[in-house]
Design a protein. Structure first.
Length: 125
């Protein structure tokens, strides 16, 4: 039985590595009730003034519409991409559109920002 112990450890290590990779490759948001939301359930929005995969919402705009930030090590995959903001930080985008939350959405499921000034819209999968 003792001869199989290294094989068991190798299999356990491979399973742990696979689990870590699967977690790292998780999508940055999820779909709920027909819209994209953060892991805490906050509604995500797109901004009509964003163009060519670039965010046009910076400074005071970003204070009211916080971007869905991406870690420096995040990798784009499928419909998910990453845009570089004016300050050099990274932001998640879905189908090329940068994503934001809205400061006035107080709890999960709120959609106060939908249609705001006719340029903000809930992000849909």
């Amino acid at each position: 039985m003792r001869k199989n112990l290294p094989l068991f450890h190798a299999a356990a290590a491979a399973a742990a590595l696979f689990a870590a990779f699967a977690c790292a490759a998780a999508e940055p948001a999820q779909s709920k009730d027909g819209v994209l939301v953060t892991s805490s359930g906050k509604t995500l929005y797109t901004f009509d003034k964003d163009a060519d995969g670039k965010s046009a919402c910076n400074g005071p705009c970003a204070a009211n519409w916080p971007p869905l930030m991406a870690e420096a090590s995040a990798k784009a995959e499928g419909a998910w991409s990453i845009v570089t903001r004016d300050d050099g930080s990274k932001q998640w985008a879905y189908q090329g559109k940068p994503l934001y939350t809205f400061l006035k959405d107080e709890k999960a499921g709120d959609r106060v920002g939908d249609g705001f000034k006719n340029v903000w819209h809930v992000a849909k999968p």
